[in-house]
Write a protein that binds this ligand. Structure first.
Ligand SMILES: [Zn+2]
Length: 235
């Protein structure tokens, strides 16, 4: 068993190997990352079986972390609150009249007063709408560079995942990704495009990532740190 990131179903698990362990130790961290400490002799298929069997427990823990894990105060959707967009914070401005429930005008994120009660959904829709053209444009040069075909790019709520994809070239990206700095969005895109070639997180997968984006490791670290800071209302 090699240390690294292992994807099992919809779960990404960071694997470390210990010669002292005789059983698999699974932990859901405060920032909702999953770690597995495994015995040296364990193989990947066996670990995948253990993780699959523990799936319901892991998902319950993830939901718990989402609800209580990060000590962020709940959003109130009042003027002055900051919401990140491509790494910059934009202040909310509640306005009486606007052609749209949410729109970005002169550096302020305008929220129409009659949408305040439904603000979480209205804002999530705004991120989603902004994300689609931006991401489609952004993914094109990466797809070309990595020689993969993206047949469809959709922006969706994806729970705890940044992205997902299917072998026929369909790529899904979480709308919350639009809160990240553009170079971290690029990492999410490259990661998913690499999955079009390699389903798992084996060494061939990471080689593909590395060829497209040398120095990706620091982006992955920053992504892990940025995740818990983002605004992510529970659907
Ligand atoms: Zn992955």
């Amino acid at each position: 068993m090699e240390p690294g990131l292992l994807r099992v179903g919809d779960l990404d698990v960071y694997v470390t190997v210990s010669d002292k362990r005789r059983t698999v130790g699974l932990t859901v961290e405060r920032d909702a990352t999953i770690t597995a400490v495994v015995p040296l002799t364990l193989d990947e298929a066996r670990l995948a079986t253990v993780i699959t069997a523990k799936g319901p427990w892991l998902h319950a823990k993830l939901r718990e972390r989402a609800a209580t894990g990060t000590p962020r105060p709940p959003r109130e959707y009042v003027s002055g609150e900051g919401f990140p967009y491509l790494g910059r914070s934009y202040r909310l401005l509640v306005v009486d009249e606007s052609p749209m429930p949410v729109r970005l005008v002169r550096g302020r994120l305008q929220l129409r007063r009659d949408s305040v009660d439904d603000a979480a959904s209205a804002l999530a829709r705004w991120y989603r709408k902004a994300a689609e053209p931006w991401l489609r444009k952004r993914v094109a040069p990466w797809a070309q560079r990595m020689s993969v075909d993206v047949t469809e790019l959709r922006v969706l709520p994806l729970g705890f995942r940044w992205g997902s994809c299917s072998p026929d070239g369909k790529v899904n990206i979480h709308w919350a990704t639009m809160q990240l700095l553009p170079d971290l969005v690029d990492y999410v895109l490259v990661h998913e495009l690499a999955h079009l070639r390699h389903r798992d997180h084996g060494s061939a997968f990471w080689q593909t990532v590395d060829r497209a984006m040398p120095g990706w490791e620091s982006r992955r670290t920053r992504l892990k740190q940025a995740g818990p800071e983002l605004w992510l209302p529970i659907r």
